[in-house]
Design a binder for this molecule. Structure first.
Ligand code: ACO
Length: 336
């Protein structure tokens, strides 16, 4: 049995900054409402023509992570790509990244677990390394939300929350027991699937039919639906549970956490978890204020920034936790 170590981290966000005031010019919203409800001040959006896409941003983050890991792209044994906003319906972004990085015939797979996508991807990669099947794995979380949101008054409660960006981690095999990814914990509960979902275009909602049935453009199911308060209620319960589950499995307590990096869903959700678990300010990392909610990309972007800012040191206990559409949720306990 081997251990999995995070050898390198990288992130990328588009240059185009969209402030709350910018959004208030195109829909009926305002800075005060957005900040009070979500903590978000601004987010990044891909600009048409800037060359970015979900896969392209993933590649940009991956190149930084590979360089920092000092691992050649030719030594990558597997690519795991987490996204809910892939460039194509099929194939997945994993194979696009493989092509863009010019890596030959290594397996590439996509994980479809929304805001929990990066934790699920990390867990998948961790199992392959721990069993000895692979040595180096590239894990990416990337999202292009701005390409699929409703920026009219109708979509305002959802579209103000999400932003674009990517983060990546290079995982490698280590022989140091007790260091690296100690454990991952995954859950899902499909009965809540509709509460945070995007129905079409899909095999259930075929675009020509949708257009024929909705000539006025009402009730179109190809914008995301979110039952905000329902999501909030479940998120704060599941986040706390899965963090405590991870700590308990490793014989740890809340005081042992050096840094909690929660999925950046909403600053109010992070603050609620912090209060519930009685964590101090310097034990929790948040950057949703700058980037909004980037779903599968939010944890690797935050982890990369925390590391770049020197907030993660060797020997620290890092806890990653996420909750999202599905509902799905999960955590990872890492000894840095
Ligand atoms: N700007 C201004 N007003 C708005 C906006 C907006 N962008 N959006 C909605 N409103 C209005 C509504 O129309 C409503 O007006 P009314 O009272 O006149 O009818 C009022 O604000 C309150 O609307 P609610 O939807 O009840 O707002 P709520 O207080 O629930 O806040 C929010 C919405 C922020 C989504 C909240 O429910 C929440 O924090 N939910 C958690 C879900 C979440 O954070 N999801 C993140 C993605 S999922 C994930 O990552 C896990």
């Amino acid at each position: 049995m081997y251990q999995t170590k995070i050898a390198g981290l990288g992130s990328y966000v588009p240059e185009n900054v969209v402030t709350n005031d910018d959004l208030s010019k195109i829909m009926d919203t305002n800075d005060a409402w957005i900040q009070e409800r979500t903590g978000i001040k601004e987010r990044r959006h891909i600009k048409k023509g800037d060359g970015n896409s979900t896969a392209v941003m993933g590649v940009k983050a991956a190149k930084i992570a590979l360089e920092r890991a000092k691992i050649s792209k030719d030594d990558i044994d597997l690519i795991v790509f987490a996204t809910l906003s892939p460039d194509y319906y099929f194939p997945g972004c994993g194979v696009q990244v493989q092509e863009m990085l010019d890596i030959h015939t290594c397996p590439a797979l996509d994980v479809r677990n929304q805001c929990s996508g990066f934790i699920y991807a990390l867990s998948v990669a961790d199992q392959y390394i721990k069993t000895g099947m692979y040595t180096n794995i590239l894990v990416i979380g990337s999202e292009n939300h701005s390409g699929g949101l409703d920026f009219t008054d109708r979509g305002r409660s959802v579209s103000v929350i999400f932003g674009d960006g990517a983060g990546a981690a290079v995982l490698t095999r280590s022989n140091h027991i007790g260091q690296g990814i100690l454990s991952t914990h995954l859950h899902s509960e499909g009965k809540h699937a509709k509460e945070l979902s995007l129905e079409g275009p899909s095999t259930m909602h075929w675009v020509p039919e949708i257009i024929a049935e909705n000539p006025q453009g009402d009730n179109i199911p190809y914008y995301p639906y979110m039952n905000g308060q329902y999501v909030f209620k479940h998120a704060i319960q599941r986040f706390s549970e899965v963090i405590m589950e991870g700590l308990a499995q490793n014989g740890m307590e809340v005081k042992d956490i050096d840094m909690l990096i929660p999925h950046q869903a909403n600053l109010r959700i992070s603050q609620f978890i912090q209060q519930k678990l009685k964590l101090k300010d310097d034990q929790v990392y948040n950057n949703i204020q700058k980037y909004g909610n980037t779903t599968a990309a939010s944890i690797p972007i935050a982890l990369t920034e925390a590391w770049e800012e020197g907030k993660i040191k060797d020997g620290d206990t890092i806890v990653l936790a996420a909750f999202g559409s599905g509902f799905t949720w999960g955590s990872a306990i890492i000894e840095w």
